[in-house]
Design a binder for this molecule. Structure first.
Ligand code: ADP
Ligand code: MG
Length: 260
């Protein structure tokens, strides 16, 4: 299979603190990849860089002929605001914006596809509900319906099943597997290792630096998982030292309060 997205020595930083460090490798066209790693490992940062929301501080991402519209991206739930006074149907229709005409008109066909998408995620009859009134699982179903409508070649999901009930997880996982069967390239950040092993042939294991990237059974070895955890513990300790350094580096002007 050919490489669809290639990362070369990719570093992504906030201010000057790298969250993703020197990552190289590629996602093959049609591959189904889990991204795993400890909290703060740079998983969300990596997805944001791939969709183009964050720029590399170093290295590059080669997306070949892919355009912005070719990416369907579902951010981590915490990043999604749900207080807009918008209906289920309108939220799903936003997935069709790239098809909308010059005056932002959606076609009857889009409306029909939106109905089909809602049906597929099990939310027929919810069209007029306000999104703020939905449960977490129902809202995630709406966002999947929107992705269905978007019909993207590459689908990136950031912890799509965290804090979602089991039944919804099963239903939405089916949709992920269907996308994969359709030949789409799917990349999902997941924290459930059993799920990763059972359904995702490829895994990218990261702890700021790459720990492993390849076949899931090879990458998710006990050795690699221990290594990822050790790397996370190291940066937690470094963060403590760093913040003390920062106070000093601001010059002698910052007076430290004596510890009580
Ligand atoms: P993960 O998704 O693996 O838990 P993230 O990519 O969210 O990790 O974060 C990686 C690191 O970058 C963490 O140390 C986090 O605190 C930091 N970080 C994430 N987002 C920002 C931001 N907007 N500004 C500054 N630092 C951030
Ligand atoms: Mg994250």
């Amino acid at each position: 299979m050919s490489a669809l997205i290639r990362l070369s020595n990719l570093t992504v930083a906030y201010e000057r603190h790298p969250a993703v460090h020197h990552v190289s490798g590629s996602f093959a066209e049609g591959s189904l990849t889990a991204i795993a790693g400890p909290n703060g490992a740079g998983k969300s940062t990596l997805l944001k860089a791939i969709v183009g929301e964050l720029r590399p501080a170093e290295g590059s991402i080669d997306r070949g002929t892919l355009m912005r519209n070719d990416f369907g991206y579902l951010p981590q739930a915490a990043d999604i605001v749900r207080r807009f006074p918008i209906s289920v149907a309108d939220t799903v229709m936003l997935g069709a914006w790239k098809n909308a005409g010059a005056f932002g008109q959606f076609s009857r066909k889009d409306a029909e596809r939106a109905r089909e998408a809602l049906d597929l995620v099990g939310l027929s009859g919810f069209e007029r509900r306000h999104i703020g009134s939905l449960s977490a699982g129902q809202f995630q179903r709406v966002l999947f319906a929107r992705l269905l409508l978007q019909d993207a070649r590459v689908i990136l999901l950031d912890e799509p099943f965290t804090a979602i009930d089991q039944r919804t997880t099963r239903d939405l996982l089916d949709i992920v597997l269907r996308w994969s069967r359709e030949g789409r390239t799917v990349i999902a950040v997941l924290h459930d290792f059993e799920q990763v092993r059972a359904y995702f042939p490829e895994t990218l294991l990261i702890a700021r630096e790459l720990v492993g990237w390849g076949r899931t059974q090879d990458v998710m070895s006990a050795t690699n998982l221990i290594r990822a955890r050790a790397m996370a513990e190291r940066w937690d300790m470094e963060a403590d030292e760093c913040s003390a350094d920062d106070v000093e580096s601001e010059g002698g002007l910052v007076k430290r309060e004596p510890a009580e």
